[in-house]
Design a protein around this ligand. Structure first.
Ligand SMILES: Cc1cc2nc3c(=O)[nH]c(=O)nc-3n(C[C@H](O)[C@H](O)[C@H](O)COP(=O)(O)OP(=O)(O)OC[C@H]3O[C@@H](n4cnc5c(N)ncnc54)[C@H](O)[C@@H]3O)c2cc1C
Length: 333
């Protein structure tokens, strides 16, 4: 949200010090357009959902580490690009190996031939053999499916993930797909509108067995969507796991947040902890003028970026989306 000062704005407030807020604050500071960039964070630590707990064993000298939020590092190239742009050193990313993870299926339902577990196997031949043991023809269907899903990843990143949609019409506009047509056809997606079909339904075109469909659809839960309603473009999540691999940061995910925090402080981003923002304030003419915290403090700013959860922010922070003077953007982190 931008105030009346517009391009000459010199002070920015970022609400929320998760990895999204930290990255945004660093970018704002590096842009050179702001004398002051402040992060206001309601908790007493930065990092948001990213947190690594370290617990001492009571019986030995070992220390155990638990990631309480994210643990799978996906889209490794995005991390590399972002950290490079921020001038920040990325913690070492380690691949998890051939088995990304194992899915366990409910044994109380009707018995089906094949396994009670399926592994996310990153090696194509092993994956095909595993699927074939569950459903005849599934090995061959896998190679077609992963080709289409990889295509969805490549075109979907630009067309869905990196974009904001203000209206449903904008989201389903077929004109958006025209320039992408050749790449889609090459990837076996003959009808681009099929990317808008629910993911589970789309996968029925490849696999009958619900366990196999579950293996390739449950990733939509990462972004809070149901596989029965999420567009099949979200097959890109399984595609990145299966084709780019699954990684984890050495030392735990907390290292990612710590690296961003160190860079933010290095470039001069100011951080205030235990500062819960309760409202975005506006001037009498309706322009953004800053924020007000729960304790009643006012923070002037000509630009306010809210990186708290979007639905919460829309409901609870007054003034969002008013008269075109504020802008709401949201999606994933
Ligand atoms: C259990 C779990 C597992 C996950 N696993 C993965 C995974 O394996 N891989 C992956 O890539 N992603 C995973 N995610 C998602 C990932 O954690 C998030 O996408 C990412 O951390 C979001 O970062 P963010 O900075 O946008 O938001 P957040 O981390 O939510 O940060 C928002 C910050 O805003 C603060 N805030 C909120 N309201 C206010 C207010 N009014 N005033 C001031 N501050 C405020 C909050 O305290 C918080 O610090 C997982 C999430 C969870 C919960």
């Amino acid at each position: 949200m931008e105030g009346a000062a517009g391009r000459s704005a010199r002070s920015a407030v970022v609400v929320g010090g998760g990895v999204g807020g930290l990255s945004t604050a660093i970018r704002l500071k590096l842009s050179g357009q702001f004398d002051r960039v402040r992060i206001l964070e309601k908790n007493d630590r930065l990092g948001g959902r990213v947190k690594t707990l370290k617990l001492e064993s009571c019986t030995s000298s070992s220390t155990y580490r638990f990631d309480t939020g994210p643990s799978l590092l996906l889209f490794p190239e995005e991390y590399m690009r972002t950290f490079e742009e921020l001038g920040c050193e990325l913690p070492e990313m380690k691949p998890v190996g051939n088995v990304g993870y194992r899915c366990f299926f409910n044994r109380r339902g009707p018995r089906r031939p094949g396994q009670d577990t399926l592994d996310l196997l990153l090696e194509d031949d092993e994956m095909a053999a595993q699927l074939e043991s569950v459903e005849e023809g599934a090995g061959e269907a896998y190679s077609r499916m992963i080709r289409a899903a990889r295509t969805a990843l490549e075109v979907g990143n630009g067309a869905f993930i990196d974009r904001n949609f203000a209206t449903l019409a904008e989201f389903v506009n077929p004109l958006r797909f025209l320039p992408l047509l050749p790449r889609l056809v090459d990837g076996g997606i003959l009808n681009p509108l099929s990317l808008l079909r629910p993911l589970d339904g789309w996968l029925r075109g490849y696999f009958r067995d619900p366990r196999i469909r579950a293996l390739f659809t449950f990733q939509t839960l990462y972004v809070g969507l149901s596989p029965y309603t999420a567009p099949s473009a979200f097959s890109l999540l399984a595609a990145t796991e299966l084709t780019d691999g699954v990684y984890y940061p050495a030392g735990g995910f907390g290292e990612v947040a710590l690296a961003l925090e160190a860079r933010a402080r290095q470039v001069g981003v100011e951080v205030e902890l235990a500062e819960e923002v309760e409202a975005v304030t506006t001037s009498s003419r309706g322009w953004v003028s800053g924020v007000r915290t729960k304790g009643g403090r006012g923070h002037d700013a000509s630009v306010v970026v809210v990186n708290a959860d979007l639905p919460w922010a829309q409901r609870n922070i007054a003034g969002l989306g008013e008269k075109g003077k504020t802008e709401v953007r949201g999606g994933g982190a």
